[in-house]
Design a binder for this molecule. Structure first.
Ligand code: SF4
Length: 460
């Protein structure tokens, strides 16, 4: 009988992309994947350490799994495994802790152990330093979603004062282009029509074959691939040539998620961000001017130590003024070992909560306003899944979530839709092309679950 493996992924899109590749490799090794929460022989926990909550969540997942599967072998990897080794290696029920340097070797370690059985001692493979070499990544991500992530980069050199990622994932390095293209081709063969380029600081992607624009141009040549989307990208790393390219490309989505973090220069400086408010403003305005109908979204961190009411008000004002389509709002959480954790003047939790709610509310109204611009217009929607309400939903290239009624499956189809209304989380539309399958389409997998958009910690 096949051994069962359950995966639990916390945190960002990059973690998701790595779990997807691990899933593929375990499947090829003969494991049967089961949903998290079902009885299992092996739990692979790909952790996050962006907040205290994320870490507590990981510990809860282990306890919960051992309650229904006391004999399950528990393998913990990811950022919490990297930064919280001392806690995890003494946690009852943990059998294996792998630091980030060794994450993608997890299947090999388990194969070496030959018996995935609970152990009296925790096996640890961990290194304080991480490779700085450009890399290849064996395998092809296994996704149950229309869109697939493609990891192209890892690590970060920027050292923002609140961020643990440079400690958890090391210095920046890039995937070799040939290897990224190889996985992309395989993902497209499997039916994925949109790829999301993923990394910690993807604007810093650079290897002997060029930068991110060179890679995008190679990916564009893959037959059957309809869309390439860039995930979060730092404002100081976006070349003008990329904006130019986005404005005319057939496949590169008109979408930019560019973390702001604060709308006050004093806080930006304390965060060790590399731009001023004026520069950020100019950058967003340039992008919107160059790329028709582009969706520009952002991340904002509220409650950074010492953030005053006036400084928070400046952030709200900037977000309100700029042509941003939405803001993902995160509450500051001190991460031991970071420079920000040593700053005084913490903002009280209750106040952080209020600030988060106020900006989140502003983000909701900005998103609705962005959607409203497209009412009565036609757009191309790549459909993903059907919801409990029976409506099919998908995304436009500029990140409008659209729901439509359809008598047949729309899974993985790119269809023309006329937008007719705006609901809280999506726009409503109706199919504007004939509601019949077109010949020559890629075979259509049916994806039943919704993909989450606002996953992930601040960066990446
Ligand atoms: S916030 Fe982003 S850019 Fe800054 S250190 Fe963290 S990963 Fe790097």
């Amino acid at each position: 009988m096949k051994k069962k493996v359950a995966f639990y992924t916390a945190g960002c899109r990059l973690n998701q992309s790595e779990t997807a590749v691990l899933t593929d490799r375990f499947t090829r090794m003969g494991y049967q994947k089961v949903a998290y929460g079902e009885p299992t022989d092996l739990l692979v926990l790909n952790t996050c350490s962006v907040t205290e909550n994320a870490e507590a969540d990981c510990r809860r997942v282990i306890r919960r799994t051992l309650r229904h599967s006391p004999q399950a072998f528990v393998a913990v990897t990811g950022c919490y495994a990297q930064t919280g080794l001392n806690t995890l290696q003494h946690l009852p029920g943990v059998d294996l802790v792998l630091g980030n340097q060794y994450k993608m070797l997890l299947p090999d370690y388990l194969e070496e152990m030959s018996h995935v059985q609970k152990r009296s001692l925790t096996f640890v493979r961990h290194s304080g330093s991480m490779s700085r070499e450009d890399f290849v990544q064996d395998g092809v991500g296994e996704y149950a979603t229309t869109r697939a992530n493609l990891k192209i980069q890892d690590g970060c050199n920027f050292m923002c004062s609140f961020c643990l990622i440079p400690f958890a994932r090391g210095r920046e390095r890039s995937r070799l282009s040939d290897d990224a293209v190889r996985e992309a081709e395989r993902l497209v063969e499997r039916g994925h029509r949109e790829l999301v380029l993923t990394g910690v600081n993807i604007g810093r992607f650079a290897n002997g074959s060029g930068g991110i624009l060179d890679l995008i141009q190679r990916l564009e040549a893959i037959p059957g691939l309809a869309r390439i989307r860039i995930s979060s990208i730092e404002p100081t790393t976006i070349p003008d040539a990329l904006l130019q390219y986005m404005s005319t490309s057939r496949k590169l989505c008109r979408f930019l998620h560019v973390p702001l973090q604060s709308g006050h220069d004093g806080i930006l400086s304390a965060m060790n961000r590399r731009y001023s408010v004026k520069e950020y403003r100019a950058w967003v305005e340039r992008a919107v001017q160059k790329i028709p109908d582009v969706c520009v979204g952002t991340d904002v961190l509220v409650g950074f130590p010492g953030e005053t009411d006036d400084q928070f008000a400046a952030t709200c004002e900037l977000v309100r003024d700029l042509p941003l389509a939405y803001a993902h709002v995160f509450s500051y959480s001190a991460r031991p070992g970071t420079p920000a954790a040593r700053l005084g003047h913490p903002v009280p939790h209750a106040e952080i909560k209020i600030r988060n709610q106020r900006l989140s509310e502003l983000s909701r109204s900005k998103r609705a306003r962005f959607y409203q611009q497209f009412l009565d217009r036609d757009c191309q929607v790549l459909f993903e899944s059907v919801g409990k309400d029976g409506l099919w939903t998908g995304l436009t290239d500029n990140f409008i979530r659209v729901s439509v009624a359809s008598s047949g499956s729309l899974a993985n189809q790119l269809r023309r839709v006329r937008l007719t209304g705006v609901m809280e989380h999506a726009a409503l539309g109706k199919l504007a092309d004939a509601d019949t399958p077109r010949p020559g389409r890629v075979p259509i997998p049916v994806f039943q679950s919704f993909e989450k958009e606002a996953v992930g910690p601040l960066p990446a």
